[in-house]
Write a protein that binds this ligand. Structure first.
Ligand SMILES: NC(=O)c1ccc[n+]([C@@H]2O[C@H](COP(=O)([O-])OP(=O)(O)OC[C@H]3O[C@@H](n4cnc5c(N)ncnc54)[C@H](O)[C@@H]3O)[C@@H](O)[C@H]2O)c1
Ligand SMILES: N[C@@H](CCO)C(=O)O
Ligand code: NA
Length: 435
């Protein structure tokens, strides 16, 4: 085996901000793989410090305690590459801007920060002629930022459907396969290192919405921020929803959807029924997948581990190597691409299919009244399934529509609610990915 090439070039100084689930794995890999990394970069990478809140807190054996410091500002001033793995908006934003100000390139996994204030970082980095890399911010280990930013930049992306939050995919999967309730499954995801510091960000869809904003910005060359994303989490998904999804040939997934229509760009995150024959339906556990539809490339799917320390560290290290190579060879990461500047549409303009479950009186003429509520809003029904309910002479209807506007469906739901024969609208879920 060829021995790693040792370089005469001076070491590139790498600073790590944060030493939690991801940061500790980045520190480990930087140390364990230092020879290979030096060969791949053309210069050694020297970890010069790790900023933490508490230098005395217990750490894994892989972390060199001599590198720990509570002085993050001092650390960023003496680095060529700053890797931010603290999370949150502040002090992460100020530290990254300070690093850029000192001429360092930056790598971050912080989708919350990028979705809120990414453009300020990109502009500062462009002005300073340094790199901003963030592969780990979307779908962890899965290469998706680089493919959208570089590999697919000669194509026209039309639509992206993603399972981009490992915690919620894990939770929905455990509900479906083990009958766990939401809280039990979230606790497991926390123990496994998938969940955000506050798992509400996962469960309520904020994490996926931040990733959706980043994906949409890259895919459509248009600035999309967190506030532009229509967001619903999984707290309303019940065990019965999961059971009925399976009964009707679907899986329940929290999807991030970014699509270009004739009028602009629509970006939304919500639980959805995915037909079992769609590749996204088979994405189990904490795995992530991003399904891209592009004009020339056709359909692509990127699949792998979207959360967890080592997988996320893999994406971070890839970015560190890219930034380090630019220090050695010259060159720069692509600038923010926002020339298309498409309007970001109100969610009421989106079109999708719906599946609604209703409890209705089981007597003549009920189906006619119910279907009238759909046709009054111009919505075409694809299928109706009726099952008897033991109690009170009721029946359950499971109705799936063809494509309908959000506004049209809202009108239908209101009309259904007003019908005396409708006892309850038990659940409404969108259906995505029908082919
Ligand atoms: N865990 C994952 O699977 C995963 C996957 C992809 C992206 N991310 C992102 O990576 C980042 C880090 O996530 P994590 O799971 O490692 O979080 P974590 O909570 O395990 O670690 C964060 C670390 O940063 C430190 N920190 C926070 N504020 C600090 C401050 N002001 N000064 C010094 N240190 C500070 C904390 O003490 C902690 O050690 C987040 O932006 C997260 O969204 C995480
Ligand atoms: N909390 C996130 C980590 C990856 O960003 C998840 O569950 O997917
Ligand atoms: Na990624």
């Amino acid at each position: 085996m060829a021995s790693p090439v040792s370089s005469d070039r001076p070491a590139l100084r790498v600073a790590l901000l944060g030493c939690g689930v991801v940061g500790s794995e980045v520190a480990r890999l930087l140390t364990e793989q230092s020879d290979d990394l030096a060969s791949r970069v053309g210069a050694p990478l020297e970890l010069v410090g790790i900023a933490v809140r508490n230098v005395d807190a217990p750490r894994g054996a892989a972390v060199d305690r001599g590198l720990l410091t509570a002085d993050a500002e001092g650390l960023v001033a003496r680095a060529d590459i700053v890797v931010e793995l603290m999370g949150g908006i502040e002090p992460a934003r100020s530290l990254l801007l300070a690093a850029i100000g000192h001429g360092a390139s930056v790598v971050t996994a912080n989708k919350a920060l990028l979705a809120e204030d990414g453009p300020a970082l990109y502009a500062a980095a462009d002005a300073a002629g340094v790199d901003v890399y963030y592969e780990a911010a979307v779908a962890g280990a899965i290469p998706i930022v680089r493919p959208l930013r570089e590999s697919l930049t000669g194509d026209r992306v039309r639509r992206v459907l993603g399972i981009v939050n490992g915690t919620t995919n894990y939770v929905l999967d455990r509900m479906a396969t083990e009958g766990l309730d939401l809280d039990e499954a979230v606790k497991e995801a926390q123990q496994l290192g998938y969940a955000e510091a506050d798992p509400t960000a996962d469960v309520e869809g904020f994490d996926a919405a931040a990733k959706a904003a980043i994906i949409a910005s890259l895919a459509f060359h248009t600035r999309v921020g967190l506030a532009d994303v229509h967001r619903e989490g999984i707290t309303g998904v019940t065990a019965q929803d999961v059971v009925w999804a399976a009964q009707t040939g679907h899986a329940v997934k929290l999807l991030a959807i970014a699509e270009q229509t004739a009028d602009g760009v629509a970006v939304r995150v919500h639980p959805a029924l995915v037909p079992l024959d769609h590749p996204l339906a088979g994405v189990r556990g904490s795995f992530n997948a991003v399904f891209v539809e592009a004009d020339a490339a056709g359909e692509l799917m990127f699949y792998g581990r979207g959360a967890g320390g080592a997988p996320t560290a893999s994406a971070v290290l890839g970015d560190v190597v890219s930034a380090a190579r630019h220090r050695v060879l010259g060159g720069k990461s692509p600038e923010e691409s926002r020339y298309a500047d498409l309007p970001v549409l109100d969610p009421s303009r989106s079109e999708t299919r719906f599946q609604v479950r209703l409890l209705v009186a089981d007597r003549p003429g009920v189906l006619a009244q119910v279907s009238q509520a759909f046709s009054d809003a111009g919505i075409s029904i694809e299928s109706v399934r009726q099952t008897p309910v033991a109690a009170d002479g009721l029946a359950q209807l499971v109705i799936t529509t063809h494509l309908a506007s959000e506004a049209g469906f809202a009108a239908t739901a209101a009309s259904l609610g007003d019908l005396a024969v409708v006892r309850e609208i038990t659940s409404t879920l969108r259906v995505e990915g029908a082919r």
